[in-house]
Design a protein around this ligand. Structure first.
Ligand code: FAD
Length: 618
């Protein structure tokens, strides 16, 4: 696509991070700039892939036009995130590239500041998310019947809707808010990132460019907007499901749309209203009003615009949002972060999550013990070298019940640089200058982040559905699935779903499609290994154990799981084989030290990057 004028979104005005790959003779100013000379394509590919952490635009001069088109075809063949979003052609560079996903912008000037300004103007609009994309308006009347009703248009509901559409099953998807996206559009921060590695949290396959590893909120929301667009004719926002009643072999769905009540009939229901992440927990500390600093929750962008520089931060809690806020504060230049927690959550470096997915599974969907043990040893070593406190349950259990595993390299680097520490205890009161922990230990703070987690939604599911019990394979009844992240107990993460709820969702949607209106349902829910449990007791280990029971007993389900895992492993290897991964991760590792320390640091001064040894051990 040729665009003489760049597309602008005048409403955002947000600063965005992106990388400019400069293939011209112009001496460009700005951060995150990579200059390329006429090196062999292979060298450029290897170099650029080490910087796959930001979205790209390329600036291309006449003399490099051919080299860039060659580069594009290599990057496209591996769907690299380094494949650019826009090409800025300078000086009439002849870029004869036909790609609807790539903006081509001609710039007449070779004056560095003009080029820089136009690139920034483009990026400001291209790399900030327009939430209106999530506000799908469907003016068609509500149908009176459909095959399947999906309740909730978060990531689960939208993924399910797209799969039902592909499978030719009719459906309606109802969302009570005025926008889709669920917790990602409601609680995620602009700086949030997926904990799971990208290939294990991928909503659909793209042709040219996959998301970056540990995709950020913009990428996830862009993908959800795309999924919502595909099913927009069946999607009804601002429509709340009040009640689901069983009428023998069908369901009656009672709805509330902008104050008016409706009902429709369906053969099946997918309740995609989440379980683990309901409403944020609230707490008020004694003397909170006297605190002179800022108190935030660290969700829904409520720290956006805060100046972290040289500030002392206290973060309460050690769940995923707490660890994310610690990263944001340190990246933003905080002087020191203290995390106050009742017990230590588990944090893993990125490479461990990568290895957990990239290591091949055997036919029983298990990793070999040797690889698991080797990875644990590296991980433990990192805790020891960095000075970060290991979870109390180590190494008997990988994490405490109820906790997730947060993925962060900066957690360890920050500890090594003495920029972050953890204290076990509870906030007993606040003072003008900070907080008291357990009534005795005072910590000075300029900013306090109250990240104590979320209430569960399981009681809501019970009320809506009228069911009090659920089969451990997520079925409430025939054709009726409660598809939601559950309480994360001890046995999670070492299964074929790894750290990803989306992988669980992908598996069970296929089971649902296969079993829809299928007489084998009775046999399926009585499969040995599947049990009936109170809805509030749903745990990850239940749906993992049940998945394995189905895989063992049904060859078709075994094939479904194998196909899913094989595609995922292929995607992991395409995105980065171990060598590419280590090269990129190590580069980021050293840069993160310099960023946190506020001065350049050599490799020798950094927390040792122990994972390089993986290349030798294989
Ligand atoms: C920053 C961030 C990072 C994450 N990282 C990871 C990760 O690394 N790995 C991982 O596995 N998971 C991760 N998750 C969480 C995980 O993906 C969640 O389980 C998932 O986002 C929840 O999606 P959902 O669609 O199931 O529920 P939700 O997002 O909660 O969506 C449910 C929707 O249902 C709607 N709804 C509720 N009740 C009704 C009703 N009665 N009628 C109509 N609509 C209703 C709600 O309004 C909501 O839009 C992350 C989440 C965030 C925000």
């Amino acid at each position: 696509m040729i665009a003489e004028e760049m597309r602008m979104n005048p409403t955002t005005g947000q600063t965005v991070n992106f990388r400019v790959a400069n293939f011209s003779n112009i001496d460009l100013p700005g951060d995150h700039l990579l200059n390329f000379d006429s090196e062999p394509i292979e060298t450029i590919v290897n170099n650029i892939r080490r910087y796959a952490d930001l979205p790209y635009v390329y600036v291309v001069g006449k003399e490099n036009a051919r080299q860039v088109s060659e580069l594009l075809s290599v990057l496209k063949s591996i769907r690299s995130p380094c494949y650019p979003h826009a090409l800025f052609s300078i000086d009439d560079a002849d870029l004869d590239i036909d790609d609807a996903h790539l903006d081509l912008v001609k710039i007449g000037s070779t004056e560095p500041k003009t080029v820089h300004d136009r690139v920034n103007q483009y990026a400001g609009s291209r790399f900030s998310f327009d939430f209106n994309k999530l506000r799908i308006i469907n003016s068609s009347p509500l149908p009176t019947q459909t095959d399947v009703v999906i309740v909730g248009a978060g990531i689960t509901g939208l993924y399910a809707a797209n799969r039902l559409m592909e499978a030719g099953i009719s459906f309606c998807i109802f969302e009570k808010r005025d926008m889709v996206g669920g917790i990602w559009s409601r609680y995620a921060n602009r700086s949030s990132r997926v904990n799971s590695s990208e290939s294990a949290y991928r909503l659909f396959e793209k042709k040219n460019r996959s998301n970056r590893d540990h995709s950020d909120t913009r990428e996830i929301l862009e993908d959800m907007a795309q999924l919502a667009k595909t099913v927009s004719g069946h999607l009804f926002n601002e429509t709340e499901v009040d009640k689901i009643e069983s009428t023998g072999n069908r369901y009656l769905i009672r709805l509330n749309r902008k104050g008016r009540t409706f009902s429709l009939e369906s053969m099946g229901v997918i309740l995609a209203i989440n379980d683990r992440v309901g409403t944020p927990r609230e707490v008020k500390w004694e003397n909170q009003s006297v605190f002179q600093g800022k108190i935030a929750t660290g969700i829904s962008d409520d720290t956006e615009g805060l100046d972290w520089r040289n500030k002392n931060i206290v973060i309460v809690g050690m769940g995923a949002f707490a660890v994310e806020n610690a990263r944001t504060a340190l990246e933003g230049g905080a002087n020191h972060v203290t995390v106050v927690c009742r017990r230590h959550g588990t944090v893993c470096p990125k490479v461990i999550d990568y290895l957990n997915f990239a290591t091949p599974y055997d036919d029983a969907f298990k990793h070999d013990k040797k690889s698991n043990l080797r990875n644990m040893m590296y991980w433990k070593k990192l805790y020891e070298l960095s000075g970060a406190t290991q979870p109390e349950c180590w190494m008997g259990k990988i994490k405490h019940a109820g906790h997730t595993i947060s993925v962060s390299d900066i957690w360890f680097i920050g500890h090594y640089l003495k920029k972050i520490e953890t204290i076990t205890g509870e906030i007993s009161s606040m003072t003008e200058k900070g907080v008291y922990v357990d009534g005795r230990h005072h910590i000075n703070a300029d900013i306090v982040i109250n990240a104590i987690g979320f209430n569960r939604n399981a009681p809501v599911a019970k009320e809506l559905s009228g069911y009090h019990e659920i089969y451990s394979n997520n079925y409430l009844a025939r054709n009726f699935l409660y598809l939601a992240d559950a309480y994360i107990d001890d046995d999670a993460f070492n299964s074929l779903f790894g750290s990803s709820v989306l992988e669980m969702v992908k598996f069970y949607i296929e089971v649902f499609i296969m079993s829809f209106n299928n007489p084998e349902y009775e046999g399926m829910i009585t499969t040995p290994g599947i049990e009936k449990i109170p809805i509030e007791d749903r745990k990850w280990s239940h749906y993992i154990k049940s998945a394995m029971a189905l895989i063992r007993n049904y060859p078709t389900i075994h094939d479904i799981a194998m196909k899913q895992v094989t595609q995922r492993t292929k995607n992991f290897m395409e995105a980065h084989d171990l060598e590419t991964y280590i090269a990129e991760n190590k580069r980021e590792w050293i840069e993160a030290h310099s960023m946190l320390a506020g001065k350049p640091m050599t490799e020798e001064e950094c927390l040792p990057y122990v994972f390089e040894k993986l290349l030798k051990s294989g």
